[in-house]
Design a protein around this ligand. Structure first.
Ligand SMILES: Cc1ncc(COP(=O)(O)O)c(C=O)c1O
Length: 379
C-alpha cells in the first residue's frame, strides 16, 4: 500500500460493533467483565482504549513500524523514551534541539543521573568521541528546530548499530510523508502529534513508533506504569488529521518553497533556513532522505536587531504570532523569546538562534496572501 493510501486505510478497519467507518470515541474508563479476567481485550483506559488503539495502529502503519504508543503530549513521549535508561547512562543528542526537549533532558533527567552530550550532528565523526560504555541512546531531531539543519539518519543508524545504541528520531517537522526514519535504521520514531499529524492546532499529543516487539513491550509498560496517556477524543482527532496528512504536507511544501525563495531574494534578509534551498549546507542529505522539504522556514534580518524582529512578527496579519507549528494556518514565532527562551542565550546563539531569528510555520492558505503579508510586515 502506498503512503497516500496508508494515511486513509493503513491498519484501519470499520469498527466491530456497527461497522462505523471512523472509530467511535470510546469515552469510558472501564469495561464490563463477565467474570474476573473475562473481557474483550480492554479492562481500564489507562492501559488501553479502543479509540487510542485505532490511532496507534494507524500511526504504526504510516511510519512503517509494527507498534505505536500514544501519549498526552510530545514531551510525555520523549519522557517515556528516557525512562528506558537508568542512572549513569549517557545520551548523545542533537545540539540544535526543541527547547522543551532540552529542558526535559537538562532539568529533569540530568537530576536523575543521566548524562547528556549536545553535539552538532552534521558529521558522524563529531559524535564518535562521545561514545563510551555508558552510552545508550542517540537522540536526533531532523530537520532541527528552528535552524533546519539536516542530520543523516542512515549514517547515525550505522553508528548506533556498531556500538549497540538505541537511535531515536524526532520526526515532528518532517512527518512520515517526508521521511521514514525506521526504514533508514532508527529504532524509535517520536512525534509531537500536536503538530502536522493532528494538523489543525486543536489537540496536544505525542507518539512513539517502533519496529521491534521487545522495545514496544518496554514502552507499553512505561505508558501504563507512568500513565501519560492521551484521551479517546484526542485520539479520534489525530486519527482524523492523519487521513489528510499527505495532501496537507504537499501544500505545506509547495507554499514553503515559495516563501523561502521570496525571503531569499529580499534585500533586508540575511539568512534563510529551508533545506530545499540549494545553498543550504545539508541540501544534499535532505534531498537523499526526504521526499520534499517541508513548510518550516526560518530567517534572520540584516543587522540582527531584536526590536526589528519583534516589530515584524507584531505586524503580520495572516501569519498568527503563536507558539507551535504544523497546523493548516500559518504561524510565526520568535524563538529567542518564545520556544527557545529556556535555552541559555550563549548556548542558543551557538546554534543560530540569534535575536533576529523568526520561524515561520507556513500553512496551506493561498500563497499569494502569505507573500503579501510578509511584504507588508518586513517592508
Ligand atoms: C520538534 C519538537 N519536538 C517535540 C515537541 C514537544 O511536543 P509537545 O508540545 O506536543 O509536548 C515540540 C513542540 O513544539 C517540537 O517542536
Amino acid at each position: 500500500m502506498k503512503f497516500n493510501t496508508k494515511t486513509i486505510h493503513g491498519n484501519q478497519k470499520p469498527d466491530k460493533a456497527y461497522g462505523s467507518v471512523m472509530p467511535p470515541i470510546y469515552q469510558t474508563t472501564t469495561y464490563a467483565q463477565t467474570s474476573p479476567g473475562g473481557h474483550k481485550g480492554y479492562q481500564y483506559s489507562r492501559s488501553a482504549n479502543p479509540t487510542r488503539t485505532a490511532l496507534e495502529d494507524a500511526l504504526a502503519s504510516i511510519e512503517n513500524g509494527t507498534h505505536a504508543i500514544a501519549f498526552g503530549s510530545g514531551l510525555a513521549a520523549i519522557d517515556a523514551v528516557l525512562k528506558l535508561l537508568k542512572s549513569g547512562d549517557e545520551v548523545i543528542s542533537t545540539n540544535d534541539l526543541y527547547g522543551g526537549t532540552y529542558r526535559l533532558f537538562s532539568k529533569i533527567f540530568e537530576g536523575f543521573g543521566i548524562k547528556f552530550h549536545y553535539v552538532g550532528m552534521e558529521s558522524t565523526a563529531n559524535i564518535s568521541s562521545y561514545i563510551n560504555e555508558n552510552t545508550k541512546l542517540i537522540w536526533v531531531e531532523t530537520p532541527t528546530n528552528p535552524t533546519m539543519k539536516i542530520i543523516d539518519i542512515k549514517a547515525m543508524a550505522a553508528v548506533a548499530k556498531t556500538h549497540n545504541l538505541l537511535l531515536a528520531v524526532d520526526n515532528t517537522f518532517a512527518t512520515p510523508y517526508l521521511q521514514q526514519p525506521l526504514d533508514l535504521g532508527a529504532d524509535i520514531v517520536m512525534h509531537s502529534a500536536t503538530k502536522y499529524l493532528g494538523g489543525h492546532s486543536d489537540v496536544v499529543m505525542g507518539a512513539l513508533v517502533v519496529k521491534a516487539k521487545s522495545l514496544a513491550d518496554r514502552l507499553y509498560f512505561i505508558q501504563n506504569a507512568s500513565g501519560a496517556i492521551c484521551g479517546p477524543h484526542d485520539s479520534f482527532l489525530v486519527l482524523r488529521g492523519i487521513k489528510t496528512l499527505h495532501i496537507r504536507m504537499q501544500r505545506h511544501c509547495e507554499n514553503g518553497k515559495v516563501v523561502a525563495e521570496y525571503l531569499k531574494r529580499h534585500p533586508k534578509i540575511e539568512n534563510v533556513y529551508w533545506p530545499g534551498l540549494e545553498d543550504h549546507p545539508n541540501h544534499a542529505i535532505a534531498k537523499a532522505q526526504m521526499k520534499d522539504f517541508g513548510g518550516m522556514v526560518s530567517f534572520t534580518t540584516k543587522g540582527n536587531n531584536y526590536e526589528e524582529a519583534i516589530k515584524i512578527v507584531e505586524k503580520l496579519r495572516i501569519f498568527t504570532l503563536a507558539e507551535s507549528l504544523g497546523g493548516v494556518e500559518s504561524l510565526a514565532g520568535h524563538p529567542a523569546s518564545m520556544t527557545h527562551a529556556s535555552i541559555p542565550k550563549e548556548a542558543r546563539e551557538k546554534t543560530g538562534v540569534v535575536d533576529s531569528l523568526i520561524r515561520l510555520s507556513v500553512g496551506i492558505e493561498d500563497v499569494d496572501d502569505l507573500i503579501a503579508d510578509l511584504k507588508q510586515a518586513i517592508g
